[in-house]
Design a protein around this ligand. Structure first.
Ligand SMILES: [Zn+2]
Length: 333
């Protein structure tokens, strides 16, 4: 089930927005567990050490949904424990994963909806999803986990799934996302600059009338680099979803004639950077700048419009979700 896959991916990459992680990323929040006033809420606490989690695991055993407690190595982290279970081909690994997911859902309902968690409710949710999963895997071929022989995740979709999210740049670097867009109103270019803590610096957009999308993309990149340099940011990590522009800037292909002068401008700016890297990212990891470019189509300003604070609540939500580690699933060939 995609929702469980995403959860598992986030769990294995320590990308779940638990309070301890958010604090480490510089968000000003109270990092303590809701029920344990002296414990920092991190992955191991939520799923292994919190009395709420322990009650769930105990009940899963007494109700014979699991034959024994799954985590038995004192001092091991959750990820180490899961690795051990997978290695030993623990036949109930998928049930453990569903319980972890259900504990996470209970935790979220407690924080965001003030619903006091109950162990029974958490187990019932896991059981319902287990039943749903069983139903799906008997009607479709392949499965999520195959406990009998291989604990590895088996691909059920004909296309591989990519889990894509916006990532923080290296310490001291600035992330520049650029994007061009084309709508019925015309084309527009947009860029967003954020620091290594995910803090918003500047965004900009300009309207380009009937320009081709390639020109919009290249213009977005030129505007972004020039704005960053003017503000004194010389270490840049650039990301965009247009392969042609990225390859042209890196001199891997000859720049198409429509964008040749723009690429030339970019080449002239690159020596002013202390460091600069270019990478391709799918649209799902580029949501903030996608929004900004579309906003340019509404503004219809041929001059570059700058924003040093979020121009809308919707944009702010995207920035916040990026910082919280939102992961989107993309099916790709
Ligand atoms: Zn706790």
């Amino acid at each position: 089930m995609p929702k469980i896959r995403v959860f598992l991916w986030q769990l294995c990459h320590n990308a779940l927005p638990v309070k301890g992680n958010l604090l480490r990323r510089g968000l000003q929040i109270d990092p303590l567990c809701l029920t344990c006033p002296t414990e920092i809420e991190d992955l191991d606490h939520i799923f292994m050490h919190c009395p709420m989690a322990n009650a769930v695991w105990d009940m899963a055993v007494t109700h014979q949904w699991l034959p024994n407690l799954p985590f038995n190595h004192p001092g091991s982290t959750l990820r180490e424990e899961l690795h051990l279970l997978a290695q030993s081909q623990f036949p109930w690994l998928s049930r453990v994963v569903l319980l972890l997911w259900s504990i996470w859902k209970s935790r979220n309902a407690f924080i965001f909806k003030n619903e006091v968690p109950s162990s029974m409710g958490t187990i019932l949710r896991a059981k319902c999803n287990w039943a749903e999963w069983k139903l799906r895997t008997t009607s479709l071929s392949g499965s999520f986990y195959t406990p009998s022989h291989s604990p590895q995740i088996i691909r059920r979709h004909p296309l591989p799934l990519h889990h894509i999210g916006w990532k923080l740049p290296q310490g001291g670097s600035i992330k520049l996302n650029f994007d061009g867009t084309k709508s019925a109103a015309g084309a527009a270019a947009g860029f967003v600059l954020r620091n290594w803590k995910g803090g918003f610096i500047t965004a900009g957009t300009r309207f380009l009338e009937n320009a081709p999308i390639l020109v919009a993309e290249a213009t977005a990149l030129r505007d972004g680099i020039s704005t960053a340099l003017q503000a004194g940011h010389c270490r840049l990590e650039v990301e965009g979803d247009n392969q042609i522009v990225i390859q042209a800037v890196q001199k891997q292909i000859l720049p198409p004639w429509q964008i040749a002068p723009i690429i030339e401008d970019i080449w002239n700016m690159i020596p002013s950077c202390e460091s600069i890297s270019f990478s391709h990212i799918y649209r799902e990891g580029n949501m903030a700048v996608d929004w900004m470019a579309k906003y340019g189509c509404l503004l219809k300003s041929h001059n570059l419009s700058y924003f040093t604070s979020s121009p809308s609540r919707e944009f702010l939500y995207i920035l916040t979700d990026d910082n919280l580690g939102r992961i989107l699933v993309r099916k790709a060939a």
